[in-house]
Design a binder for this molecule. Sequence first.
Ligand SMILES: Cc1cc2nc3c(=O)[nH]c(=O)nc-3n(C[C@H](O)[C@H](O)[C@H](O)COP(=O)(O)O)c2cc1C
Ligand SMILES: CC(C)CC(=O)C(=O)O
Length: 394
Amino acid sequence: MTTFVSVEDVRAEAVVRMDTNTRNYYESGSMSQVRNANLIGRAAADNTLAHNSADFSRILLRPRVLRDVSSVSLAACILGDHVSAPLAFAPSAMHGLVCQDAEAATAKAASKTGSLMVLSSYSNTSLEDVKSNCPHAPLWIQLYVHKDRSIAEGLMKRAEAAGYKAVVLTVDAPVLGRRLNDLRNKFTMPSHLKLANFSPEQGVASQSARISNPDSTYVKQAVNKGAVADASLSWKDISWIRSVTNMKIVLKGIMTPEDAVLACDWKVDAIVVSNHGGRQLDTTPSTISVLPGIKAAVDAYYASGKSTSTSGRIEIYMDGGIRCGTDILKALALGANAVFIGRPVLWGLAVDGAAGVEKVVEILHDEMRNGMALLGVTQVDQLNPSCVQLKSLL
Ligand SMILES: Cc1cc2nc3c(=O)[nH]c(=O)nc-3n(C[C@H](O)[C@H](O)[C@H](O)COP(=O)(O)O)c2cc1C
Ligand SMILES: CC(C)CC(=O)C(=O)O
């Protein structure tokens, strides 16, 4: 059995186990993708996918010494729920592509490691089966809203009844990004898998065909059934979500201070600073680079007394490019209450199912504890901007 001591070790093993379609679907971003960067004449690293990760190395850590770090705790609270660390699983579609037990395996790992998991609405395991495999950690449901609103309504009602705590509305995908590798591969979900949260009559399965060909017959059928994402979604639809469910509301895909302030105005419970792992609009900034501006805007909003919320301050999370424990410490220092990982979970799954995901979490927890001790910090809420500095030559 290979010894994995870093997330990169897990990734290296995972990618050789995946078939080409799956590897390209999981690994790629949109447009100027690393493997095909020359297609539009750009350097390989000149895209959002690459910047998400690379920009972490532009932020340096400032260790403080002689601070008694004999006991370091990662314990945290996310929207009122206790978790083992401020590290959670981002929603990602179709875990059945790399693991027979699909999201049931991911849920087991979330439960065992005490990690919050967000289930993609496009999962191969039903939300009820995921819940039964995750007795010891909180679950949230991610939502894509289709033209036929009864589909999203049904999903939210089922999730709430099953004990999911929050609905995560993905706001950065009114249309799907142009994923060149998926277009080239004509990627569609393999026929042995199903989108387990929807019945075939709802036509939602056809949605996955959008990845390959927006003009396909499948997609035209799905449009007729109202199963394609509703690009008319707007801020006022938050009131509609609130009328459907008592779950907390999280917006995933916020990239500007302006939209963060609107999220405060609309009194959602939390936002995820995210560019969808570089899979939607290419050449957006990295998430870690926009996080400080968003945190400052949210702080200013509450300091100005504009908030009329009775449920407290909005929480800020981020995802994108997190590959080691110090990336997480930097994000927390710059204002995130918690971070989410997308691809690292999929790599763990591909390597060894639930045990592989547990391994990824164990590595990241170890790296966080180690980094905190060496930084002179014993609790995650002690991380603040004084722990980091921007790389410069002076
Ligand atoms: C294969 C794959 C599938 C994804 N599916 C979804 C999804 O169904 N819903 C969603 O909101 N985000 C989805 N995402 C985006 C992730 O939630 C997350 O924003 C992103 O992966 C974070 O970047 P990272 O992979 O660098 O950690 C997906 C990402 C990947 C890689
Ligand atoms: C089926 C897709 C729309 C899921 C997704 O969000 C993604 O692949 O990034």
